[in-house]
Design a binder for this molecule. Structure first.
Ligand code: UDP
Length: 256
C-alpha cells in the first residue's frame, strides 16, 4: 500500500522551454501519482512528445499549459533522445497508453475511482467494457463520450460521482486545455489527457505491435496505417529532430 503523504517532487529537465519529468520507470510514475492522489494533491499529467514540444514554439498558450502541468511524462522516444543528448540525463520513456493501463491495475488494487471522458460513444463504451472485463473490481464511477453538448452537465456529472482519477481522451491539445480550464472546479485529484487511448482500449484502433512499442517506433506504424491523418505530425517530429541535432552540434544560441 502506498502512504498518504505528499511524495517528494520529481526533478524536471528543460527541453527547449518544455519541462520533462526525470522518471526512472513506469513504477516511479505510478507510485508518485498514487501517493499524490492519496495525499489529495491535485495533479495534472501531460504526455510530452516531439510534436507537442515543437508546436509549443509558436503557440504560447500550449507552452503555458505544458509548463503548468504537474507531471510531464516522456511519451515520445524523440523527447527521451533529446534529454539524453542535450542534458546528459537518462529519462525513462513512460508512454501515455501504457501508463493508463498500468494505472487501471493500480486503481483496482488501491480502490481508486475512475472516470472516462472522451472519444466517440462507441469507443468510450467499448473501453469501459474491456476495462471491466480485465479488472472486475475496478470502480469506473462514470463515463462520458467526447461529443457532448452541454459542458456544465459534464462537470456536474463528474463532481457528483467524485472520481479520484479523470482521464480525458479528446486529442491534444484540446484535452490539455479542457483539463486546465476545469481542474479548479472539479473535485478530482488526478487529471490526465490520454489522446486516442480509448480507441485502442476499445479495440476500435489497433495498438502498435510490440516490436514498434519496444523500439519506440510506434509513430512509423501509425503513419503507415493513417498517412493522410499523420503526415503533419511526422513533419513536426522531423523538425524537432533537426533542432535537436543542430543544438547538439552548434549549441543552443545558433540552432534556431
Ligand atoms: N475526440 C473527442 N471529442 C472531440 C474530438 C476528438 O472525444 O471533440 C476524441 C476522438 O474520438 C479520439 C481522440 O479524441 O478518440 C483523439 O485521438 P487522437 O489519436 O487523434 O489523439 P492524439 O493521441 O493523437 O492526441
Amino acid at each position: 500500500m502506498i502512504e498518504d503523504t505528499v511524495p517528494p517532487k520529481i526533478e524536471k529537465l528543460d527541453i527547449f522551454g518544455v519541462p520533462l519529468a526525470k522518471l526512472d520507470s513506469f513504477a516511479h510514475a505510478e507510485d508518485y501519482i498514487v501517493s499524490r492522489i492519496k495525499a489529495k494533491e491535485k495533479t495534472f499529467c501531460v504526455a510530452i512528445n516531439p510534436e507537442k514540444t515543437y508546436l509549443s514554439f509558436s503557440d504560447a498558450k500550449l507552452k503555458e499549459v505544458l509548463n503548468q502541468a504537474d507531471l510531464q511524462i516522456c511519451d515520445g522516444v524523440g523527447s527521451a533522445i533529446a534529454a539524453r543528448w542535450l542534458t546528459g540525463n537518462k529519462v525513462a520513456r513512460v508512454t501515455g497508453v501504457q501508463l493508463f493501463l498500468n494505472l487501471m491495475t493500480r486503481a483496482e488494487r488501491e480502490n481508486l475511482k475512475v472516470f472516462l471522458l472522451g472519444a466517440s460513444p462507441d469507443a468510450n463504451e467499448g473501453a469501459y467494457n474491456n476495462l471491466l472485463k480485465k479488472h472486475p473490481k475496478l470502480q469506473i464511477v462514470g463515463r462520458q463520450h467526447g461529443y457532448y453538448e452541454d459542458e456544465n452537465t459534464v462537470v456536474e456529472h463528474i463532481n457528483n460521482v467524485k472520481p479520484d482519477m479523470l482521464f480525458v481522451a479528446m486529442g491534444s491539445p484540446r484535452q490539455e486545455y479542457w483539463i486546465k480550464s476545469h481542474m479548479e472546479n472539479l473535485d478530482v485529484s488526478y487529471f490526465m489527457g490520454v489522446g486516442g487511448t480509448f480507441d485502442v482500449v476499445s479495440g476500435k484502433v489497433k495498438w502498435a505491435p510490440k516490436f514498434y512499442r519496444k523500439t519506440g517506433t510506434e509513430f512509423l506504424y501509425r503513419f503507415a496505417c493513417e498517412p493522410r491523418k499523420r503526415w503533419r505530425r511526422e513533419l513536426l517530429r522531423l523538425k524537432f529532430g533537426l533542432k535537436v541535432i543542430k543544438t547538439k552540434i552548434f549549441g543552443p544560441d545558433k540552432a534556431i
